[in-house]
Design a protein around this ligand. Structure first.
Ligand code: PLP
Length: 462
């Protein structure tokens, strides 16, 4: 399988290269050159199979011959052995024809584990094969750094450096990162804010001389392997609820749109999906675009669902590329207008999106209401991200006879503040994490000084 850039001016890559590369050199995002088709019989044959076997079948066309089958099966097995639920991503019925797909049984209790546990192992496999070492650098405002760290802790070819703003992340978030005791995991607390940390990571990618030839790797949500890993649970859950014999619908709490784009890929591969509902918090660019054709930036708002606090939705470009019939020039032009202010999507692509996608935006006050309401009606304690999905699903679903699957993207214990503000006494951590607050922490504190940070990275890698 070859991968091409949405903007049309970067070299085509094979699977190994696309996993090791982030953004395309023309500023676009990589997508598969052709979308593999699964037949009715292919889906029928998946009924009842273990998650790992469905994962192998769904991802195999994207990987092609880049990894031999036995090695790939082993990687998938090791990846999902880190999940605490036997079904990996269990479905739970909430009400008539409304189901929750729990994606939070991985090591950091959020859906990003599904993809990052795989990505770390894929990178390790490729680097070991070529005898190379790699360095991962990332910045986090608190809630997503731990998934990258957990995904790499077992990797022999990789060192990971995650920068977080010193004393500005919650104790649970910090501890999920700093209690990982592995020689290749390096936590740096920056005396500054998240923007300072992110600026230093960006500057390091722009000029990598300080690493003297070691490869610097990004694991952010535009990495194709992350999308690929996420396609699997759309297929597995749809098949569990009767696909391909009947259609299903999905609601997805969304920010950078990586999760939902994976669902769209499943649809394009042949999975019978009759609706996607995009749920956003008050940072509603996706909702404004779909509902009002207002594709424009607005100031960032800090919300109760912080993992969805974004201004620009990076993976949305991949969907626009498909909506525009893979017209590179039209997409480049649209994104250029967006960069300079407000852009409008043309009538035909917008109409095609609206046939499949609905959207809703859920503010903080409503999130608290929904957490209470869902608990009353279903007995489930939803995390604030999942709460946006629950609300959007109930308001936007077009057809009550089609099973609606709402993606639960985080465990409520991870966002206990919101749970308490909704009026509950708290949300206990799962048993295997109950001692988190007592574990030893490992991190160093550095000034927001690029030279100092780069010297630290260069000196501490293996
Ligand atoms: C990252 C994240 C999201 C948003 O996912 P995207 O792929 O960026 O749309 C939603 N909920 C939680 C808990 C997350 O961590």
């Amino acid at each position: 399988m070859r991968y091409i850039s949405t903007r049309g001016n970067a070299p085509a890559l094979d699977f190994e290269q696309v996993v090791l590369t982030g953004l395309a050199s023309d500023g676009g995002l990589y997508v598969p050159e052709t979308i593999s088709q699964f037949s009715h019989e292919d889906f029928v044959a998946m009924a009842g199979l273990p998650y790992t076997e469905i994962a192998f079948r769904v991802m195999k066309p994207f990987v092609g011959e880049a990894i031999d089958d036995d090695a790939f099966r082993q990687i998938i097995h090791d990846t999902y052995a880190t999940f605490s639920h036997d079904a990996v991503v269990p479905l739970k019925q909430l009400s008539h024809n409304h189901h929750l797909l729990e994606l939070f049984h991985g090591p950091t209790l959020a859906f990003k584990d599904v993809a990052l546990q795989l990505l770390g192992r894929l990178l390790d496999h490729f680097l070991a094969r070529s005898g190379e070492k790699g360095v991962i650098m990332g910045a986090t405002s608190g809630d997503t750094g731990s998934a990258a760290i957990e995904g790499c802790r077992a990797c022999e070819q990789l060192d990971i450096f995650i920068l977080h703003p010193h004393e500005r992340v919650s104790a649970v978030q910090r501890r999920q990162m700093t209690t990982v005791d592995a020689p290749n995991v390096h936590n740096i607390a920056i005396r500054g804010d998240f923007d300072d940390a992110q600026a230093m990571v960006k500057a390091s990618f722009a000029d990598q001389e300080f690493l003297e030839g070691t490869r610097l790797i990004a694991v952010n949500s535009i990495n194709w392997a992350r999308i690929m890993a996420q396609i699997v649970y759309y297929v597995a859950s749809a098949v569990a609820l009767g696909a391909p014999h009947r259609e299903v619908a999905f609601t997805v709490p969304s920010a950078n749109f990586g999760n939902l784009f994976a669902g769209y890929m499943a649809y394009r591969m042949g999975l019978p999906i009759n609706q996607f509902v995009i749920a956003t918090n008050a940072n509603d660019i996706l909702h404004r675009t779909i509902s009002a054709n207002d594709f424009s930036r607005r100031a960032l708002q800090a919300t109760l669902a912080p993992s969805m606090d974004i201004v620009v939705s990076s993976n949305f470009e991949r969907l626009l590329f498909e909506a525009y019939g893979r017209d590179h020039a039209a997409v480049a032009d649209l994104l250029d207008r967006f960069a300079h202010g407000r852009a409008a999507i043309d009538d035909a692509p917008l109409a095609s999106l609206r046939r499949l996608f609905a959207s809703d935006s859920v503010d903080d006050e409503t999130i608290l209401e929904v957490i209470r309401e869902a608990h009353t009606h279903t007995g489930e304690l939803l995390d604030p991200h999942t709460a946006t999905g629950y609300r959007a699903a109930n308001r936007q679903r077009i057809d009550a006879t089609t099973p609606m699957i709402t993606l639960a993207t985080a465990h409520p214990a991870k966002f206990e503040d919101a749970i308490v503000r909704a009026g509950f006494t708290g949300a206990p951590l799962p048993e295997n994490m109950a001692d988190l607050m007592g574990r030893a922490e490992h991190f160093d504190v550095l000034d927001a000084d690029l030279a100092e940070v780069q010297a630290y990275v260069a000196a501490h890698r293996h």
